[in-house]
Design a protein around this ligand. Sequence first.
Ligand code: IDP
Ligand code: MG
Length: 154
Amino acid sequence: MEKTLIIFKPSAMERGFVGQIINRFQQKGLVICGIKMMRLSEELLREHYAHLVDKSFFPVLLKSMMASPVIVMCLAGKDVINVVRLMTGATNGRDALPGTIRGDFSASNQENVIHASSSPEDAAAEIKRFFKDEEIFEWTPANLKYVYSELEID
Ligand code: IDP
Ligand code: MG
């Protein structure tokens, strides 16, 4: 199954929303295949946010992402990259629709509680960036046949 990378940003860690957000993903039927806590280094963040390093807000973003430890998580599911982006909502929490994670937990265009991979190429690179191969678990929960029809499971 497809995989994606989530980061519980310091805004989720400090405000105590990790459990509620994980609950949403599990309720959707997504499978946790890797999870750990870490501190993000400036070097790793410059790679992860390479598309933003020239933006005027980048130093503030860097400081914000290093303000506390974060939790990184790999989720698996059918079309999971798109499903998780839809559940995450727009970048700016003030534009994100109610019912989305950012719509319900964020009021900021920076302090928006989670990162979620935005394309198959990004997801593959990000999972490699944050996890060693042996930290990713390939497993199939017994109830997956009640999450998807047999025609939907590869
Ligand atoms: P995404 O997280 O929705 O994929 P990106 O454009 O990839 O959005 O930006 C990565 C992160 O950089 C955002 O989640 C947010 O924390 C921060 N960011 C993006 N645009 C702005 C901005 O205009 N001001 C402050 N922070 C921003
Ligand atoms: Mg992005």
